[in-house]
Write a protein that binds this ligand. Sequence first.
Ligand SMILES: NC(=O)c1ccc[n+]([C@@H]2O[C@H](COP(=O)([O-])OP(=O)(O)OC[C@H]3O[C@@H](n4cnc5c(N)ncnc54)[C@H](O)[C@@H]3O)[C@@H](O)[C@H]2O)c1
Length: 259
Amino acid sequence: MGRLQDKVAIITGAAQGQGEATARLFAAEGCKVVLTDIKETKGTAVAADIGENALFVKHDVSDEASWAAVVDQAVTKFGTVDILVNNAAITFFNIIDDTTKSDLERLLAINVVGTYIGMKTVLPVMQKAGRGSVVNISSVNGLRGTYGMSAYDACKWAVRGMTKAVALEMAVQGIRVNSVHPGAIDTPMLNPTGEMTSVQMGKDFGIPFQRVGRPEEVANASLFLASDDASYISGAELAVDGAWTTGLMTNSQELDHVS
Ligand SMILES: NC(=O)c1ccc[n+]([C@@H]2O[C@H](COP(=O)([O-])OP(=O)(O)OC[C@H]3O[C@@H](n4cnc5c(N)ncnc54)[C@H](O)[C@@H]3O)[C@@H](O)[C@H]2O)c1
């Protein structure tokens, strides 16, 4: 018996990276998974590899009409939607002087509006069933500011904030809403060519664990929050970051620790 046995989940941005790892883990725990992404070839291949309990739907999270189509297809194929993982996002590096209004709007459309419309479209199905779990993927960038990432930070703080408000609104309806805050995770977003090693990136970023995270380690956090193991948890924020946002370590403290 899996931890998500016979549940149905929609996972956005599931063609690669953390979304793919989440879809694979959820399916291994007995869940029927609807994978969505703009990357059709990759997403179709991942769903085919998972097998008959997976469906891929091409979907741009910033498009409200395509959200309705995703939910329709999920309900038609699997009967309901118990879990939504709002994972799809894009990143952006530039200081504010070099960031245009259209850069910001593009990020907001996918990372913020996509997440909000995702909840808005799926929640009625959960409300009808009287249960559900939403996991919104924010970031450590939703817990602090990062030099050169003000537009992305704005998005990830927004995701964290809307999670708490919707958690309150849904509390009496049996629907839990939580946010996950990955640190630096070894996916195509962080390491597009795959050339950087986990330990080198961990060192470069000053991560106390001395390495970056694996997509499966974020998927495990989403699994916990999506499952009934988290039955009394809503509005929470779970950092999966190798203690990166915990506090400051000086270089000498790091050296003391390893010597
Ligand atoms: N990798 C990291 O270091 C890191 C750190 C913190 C937070 N995150 C967050 O984790 C989540 C997953 O990131 P990842 O590292 O797996 O990234 P990734 O780039 O490897 O995967 C993201 C997926 O989202 C898809 N996507 C992009 N725009 C889309 C759209 N408009 N509609 C549908 N799908 C779209 C992409 O095609 C891609 O398959 C994101 O929310 C990201 O912001 C990542």
